[in-house]
Design a protein. Sequence first.
Length: 228
Amino acid sequence: MTVHHNNIQLAVLDMAGTTVADGGLVLRAFEEAATAVGIESDGPRRETARRYVLDTMGQSKIEVFRALLGDEDAAQAGNRAFEAAYDALVGEADIAPIPGAVDAITALRDAGVRVALTTGFSRGTQDKLLSALGWAELADLTLAPSDAGRGRPYPDMVLTAALRLRVDAVDRIAVLGDTTSDIATGLAAGASIVAGTLTGAHSAAQLREAGATHVIDSVADFPALLLA
């Protein structure tokens, strides 16, 4: 096993936008859910909702609906509609690994780094994605917000991964994601590397402003950062 000067023991990687290309499925599913909960399909309210979804991409979807709808029953209904739409679209959408993702995860694990895949989706949706990709055995651990407590931007998923995979200290964790919520989560958890990737929702400027320690073009560049 290689000894690395930064001694990273755990890499926590986001799925959609970071390791998985889902062809804009989140926005398509959101549009269906917004219609289902009565946000009219055009006009300022829909525009505001759409912008909010883009800004908060990566956060736990139920939190997004709570913020948009301000009512728990409506939020739960919106979230259920989102999950149903996403699940229905998974079958027909162009879901594929981000180029180099499988090699990157395999390289990290071969070097002795444990790998956890996290999501803002429900466990059921995450399992559908993993199954569509044939990724059941790819990582050491997969976590949805419900497995950890709270979703992003809270540190719960990263800390749950650290506990389950027996990491010695939080500064031996590296986090990678494509959204400002991923960056916030990594920083809140105390990870020493909190990297942004440019294959998803947010720009280099947004990721840096959120406090990213590194910005890389894609997950394919992540092992070089950790194993340097």
